[in-house]
Design a protein around this ligand. Structure first.
Ligand code: BEZ
Length: 242
């Protein structure tokens, strides 16, 4: 159909001009600022770290994996990494460096930042009991990681003559008690930060302490781990390290 030119009334003309200016403003802003999902950020990374895995799983779930530029490093409490220390006074990974040089740490903060980049509340429930349950589960899982990683340093880094068995036993008591609590929780539901953290903590036990055989007395947790383990985000980040 042919369009017919109709003379504009002054009122209509100024409306269109305002709309044009507004869309030009948006276009200018959009040109200056890359869409949130497209900013490239640097992640100090080690494939064995369960905390780093939390970040990678969260990024994968949010479709942001390609935005993470991974800088692969090794570190321990007695051999810190200078690049990490320059960005994070505690010297731990994960540390995320944004395009403007701002550094974020550690995994709970980075995961929430990634969630916010895509609009928020997909990985961190916004409010109510759902939020507190997810955050509490994250704390339990991070506590399992803390105890297991400290024990790993004890086994792999501390000289044999300085090892302290009661201290290791104390760490395993934390791990076993936390796993028993998780066995009795209903973990069905969304794959939020609580579930991501638990999956990564269990994955680390499988990597470093398979002899602990945590599944043996925890069939519900084992079934849950097998089911969520099929998610592409977990399959793609399964640690395969020496
Ligand atoms: C590990 O090799 O088990 C490990 C590496 C980096 C951070 C935490 C654990």
């Amino acid at each position: 159909m042919q369009s017919v030119a109709v003379p504009l009334r002054d009122q209509d003309r100024s409306k269109l001009q305002r709309a044009g200016q507004h869309s030009k403003l948006w276009a200018d802003q959009a040109a200056r600022r890359p869409p949130p999902g497209e900013t490239q950020v640097q992640l100090y990374f080690n494939p064995a770290s369960p905390y780093v895995r939390k970040v990678c799983v969260t990024a994968h779930e949010l479709g942001l994996s390609d935005r993470l530029e991974r800088t692969s490093i090794t570190l321990s409490p007695v051999s810190p990494h200078e690049g990490v220390r320059a960005n994070n006074p505690i010297g731990k990974i994960p540390t995320l460096v944004l395009e403007d040089g701002t550094a974020l740490y550690d995994s709970p903060v980075i995961c929430e930042y990634l969630d916010a980049l895509t609009g928020g509340n997909r990985i961190f429930p916004a409010t109510g009991p759902e939020r507190w349950t997810a955050l509490r589960r994250q704390s339990i899982a991070d506590g399992i990681m803390d105890a297991a990683v400290l024990t790993r340093y004890e086994d792999a880094v501390r000289p044999k003559e300085l090892r302290w068995q009661e201290w290791v036993d104390g760490q395993f008591l934390k791990i076993r008690t936390a796993l028993d609590v998780l066995e009795n929780e209903n973990l069905d539901g969304g794959f939020d930060i609580g579930a991501i953290s638990i999956a990564c903590a269990l994955g680390y036990l499988d990597l470093r302490y398979a002899s602990e055989a945590w599944r043996k007395s925890r069939p519900r947790l084992a079934a849950w781990a097998a089911a969520v383990g099929k998610r592409p985000s977990l399959a793609a980040t399964t640690p395969a390290v020496p």
